[in-house]
Design a protein around this ligand. Structure first.
Ligand SMILES: [Mg+2]
Length: 319
């Protein structure tokens, strides 16, 4: 192991800590959780300070992509093997429920978000997981679009940051009383989302490389192709548009700004809803596992074991 890669074990508590500053798709990984001071700046600073804080945060969560190597290094293999062993131990006597982010987790971050395809190898891996455990894709993207990428009928899909949940399109063994599951807690925001999408399409024409995506119950403004010197202008523009929409809020993910309804619903609530629909509400018999790479995934991390850029957490603590 190098100094960057640390695996520490506490024999008394059997707690294991992973600190690995590399991921499959983007080796240059920043701090795993947002700095509280930055969040405070965004909340309390003046207009210029808020813009600067947003740009700092965008930079922090958007590491330069380094070309992936064709195969996993020996170190990564060891770490994955170790993590698998720990999870296997924790799951003894329990039903695993698997939750997977899409962009940056199942697919690489590519310049054109419409071409963020997963490999056939990854699809087969997800199919194999879903044969063993109830499995859900939890994403900020439009559910229909993510289904067109994943193309697996036996999964749950939670699009629009969990605001558009649909169960498997074919019956599956985990839910005997299979019924069509559809839950859309932000449906009343559809006209507003459509409207702000059209406004942002028009306004962002002045920012070269900006791409606006309608994700049905939220809107994404991708800045992965925008020169960094223009990020401040882009944030100011988006925030100025949102001044007219107080019922919408701005968050950010990996190389993307997200416009969402202000309802109290996120990927974490989606996980709780899915666990309940699977019959595991407040159950000790289930081990929910979430794999994600993004700040928006942090909403889900309080209700499950999670793997985040190879950090291995439980209840928001590295273990
Ligand atoms: Mg992601």
């Amino acid at each position: 192991m190098t100094n960057q890669n640390v695996v520490a074990s506490d024999a008394k508590s059997s707690r294991i800590r992973f600190i690995v500053r590399k991921s499959i798709f983007s080796p240059a990984v920043p701090n795993p959780l947002p700095a509280p001071s930055l969040a405070k700046k965004i909340e309390t600073g003046g207009a210029a300070a808020k813009t600067n804080a947003w740009v700092d945060s965008m930079r922090d969560s958007s590491p330069t992509r380094v070309k992936s190597t064709a195969s996993l290094s020996e170190t990564k293999r060891k770490i994955l093997g170790f993590m698998f062993e720990q999870i296997a131990n924790a799951s003894k006597g329990k039903q695993i429920a698997m939750f997977l982010d899409y962009d940056g987790t199942l697919s690489p971050i590519v310049e054109d978000p419409d071409r963020a395809f997963m490999t056939n190898e990854m699809r087969e891996a997800v199919r194999d997981v879903a044969r063993c455990f109830p499995t859900a894709i939890v994403t900020g993207r439009c559910r229909d679009k993510i289904y067109s990428f994943v193309k697996l009928a036996g999964l749950y899909y939670a699009g629009s940051h969990g605001m558009d949940i649909k169960g498997p399109s074919k019956s599956q063994k985990y839910k005997k009383d299979h019924q069509a599951l559809l839950f859309q807690p932000a449906s009343k925001f559809l006209p507003m989302i459509d409207e702000v999408y059209k406004v942002l399409i028009e306004k962002t024409k002045s920012i070269c490389g900006a791409k606006v995506e309608n994700n049905k119950f939220c809107v994404s403004v991708h800045f992965r192709c925008v020169e960094e010197k223009m990020w401040a202008a882009l944030v100011e523009l988006v925030r100025s548009v949102l001044n007219d929409y107080p019922k919408l809020r701005l968050t950010q993910g990996r190389k993307v700004l997200e416009i969402r309804p202000t309802i109290k619903w996120d990927k974490g609530k989606a996980l709780e809803f899915l666990l309940e629909s699977l019959g595991y509400a407040n159950s000790n018999d289930v081990l929910p596992i979430y794999i994600g790479d993004d700040r928006t995934d942090e909403d889900a991390f309080t209700v499950c074991i999670y793997i985040y850029h190879y950090y291995y957490y439980f209840n928001n603590k590295v273990i």
